[in-house]
Design a protein around this ligand. Sequence first.
Ligand code: PAN
Ligand code: ZN
Length: 186
Amino acid sequence: MTAQSKIKVDFATGNLSGHPLEQSVRTISDMKGYYLDERARQSLHPKQVVYRVQIADAARQGEEGGLLLGTTFIEPGLVGDEYFMTKGHFHRHRNRGEYYITVAGTGALILMDETRRTAFETMSPGSVHYIPFNTAHRVANTGESVLAFLACWPSDAGHDYEVIASRGFSGRLRKINGVATLIEEP
Ligand code: PAN
Ligand code: ZN
């Protein structure tokens, strides 16, 4: 007996299709507090999309032993000299890792361990990134086109946005003389 998979990935764009599929959107107004230059953020249209996330079989969230698959699409753009980026999070269960696989565009995966040491890996189509447990992760689009990446993570990992929302990462990825540069926060 053969069964047809219900979800498909378009490897040109990263787009997931089929069902069940859950989609969420983060706009400029959702990103209040995440950028250094708050006036630059306010000068952009509040409904401007920063990123979208598609999650296959999101009902599995919280299920021990399962895996989730999603695609994130980050628009190109800047808030001051900071790139459009995801909010970033630790997993609520700190001992849960994750894979990111870049499909389209160019970007940077910013990683911060629990001692607040921050580093980044460059992302381009085909690049595979392992996010170890106990590590906060955020992605910035450093290119001129949409950055799309697939993610696979344990369904019971959960998302803890609190630490990043209140303290941020210890470094910000900024476009300095045209180059993505990690600037340590004072
Ligand atoms: C990803 C992220 C996605 C959006 O699926 O959730 O890229 O980023 P934020 O969750 O930080 O807004 C993932 O890391 N899941 O665990
Ligand atoms: Zn994650």
